[in-house]
Ligand binder design. Structure first.
Ligand code: SF4
Length: 237
């Protein structure tokens, strides 16, 4: 079963281009191809017409922004429009997940965006190397709720170094490759996730297990927590 941590997608960006190993079987590409078979997924478009969708929804909702807000084809001004909407809607929470954390860090610094309690900044760390490359960049953006998505988890994580990074996150998402096509689900060993869950528990990090891929979700792994509210400087003013 694929358990989603978000309640609604906010499809602000159409299209994307691959960044790393996690992108091999990009499920957004699959959705795009199904619904827009004649449009290239690589043609990245900021959908201003969808900007106001969260404004229209009163019920507090957990949003995931699709696809990557920090894609190079998205301008700083467009990113700021998205942040303006997130700021105006403290009843919702927004998970902003990127595989381009340098752009995210540079944007936040250059735009002078103050931390928002309802906005969680995250990156993907599908392998230990990607984790070590990206985690410190996101964690260095001060004051925000930080999360890391270890999905698809592509290997066993050996925390020879990097445990301090893991324990600095507010939230860890973990799961096997998410694809409707079974043949595209890369190997996943639930023991990798068990080890990660144990480490998160030790470090007091909230954990969310998404799915076991080709295997049924092991009951002991079905931990589905969310980040705790943080008291921050600045915020929803
Ligand atoms: S960054 Fe995300 S949306 Fe973009 S290609 Fe990779 S998996 Fe797909």
């Amino acid at each position: 079963m694929n358990s989603q941590w978000w309640e609604l997608p906010w499809s602000l960006i159409d299209g994307c281009t691959p960044v790393s190993e996690a992108c091999l079987n990009c499920w957004l590409r699959g959705i795009h191809t199904r619904f827009h078979p004649h449009e290239s997924f690589e043609h990245v478009v900021f959908r201003k017409d969808r900007l106001n969708l969260p404004n229209k929804r009163k019920k507090p909702t957990r949003y995931a922004i699709w696809s990557d807000l920090f894609h190079p084809m998205v301008t700083d001004n467009q990113i700021s429009l998205a942040f303006d909407v997130m700021k105006k809607n403290p009843q919702h929470s927004f998970a902003v997940l990127t595989k381009r954390p340098i752009r995210m860090a540079n944007y936040i610094a250059n735009a002078g965006q103050l931390p928002l309690d309802n906005v969680w900044l995250g990156t993907t760390g599908e392998t230990m190397a990607r984790f070590m490359e990206r985690a410190p960049i996101v964690l260095a953006i001060p004051g925000w709720t930080h999360f890391i998505s270890i999905e698809p988890m592509l290997e066993d994580f050996q925390f020879v170094h990097g445990l301090n990074f893991l324990w600095s996150f507010d939230w860890v998402i973990c799961g096997a490759e998410n694809s409707k096509d079974k043949s595209k689900k890369r190997f996943f060993d639930p023991n990798w996730a068990r080890k990660l869950l144990k480490l998160c528990k030790q470090g007091g990090v909230r954990f969310y297990f998404k799915n076991g891929g080709t295997i049924d979700d092991p009951p002991d792994l079905c931990v589905r927590e969310f980040p705790l509210p943080k008291i921050k400087n600045g915020g929803n003013q």
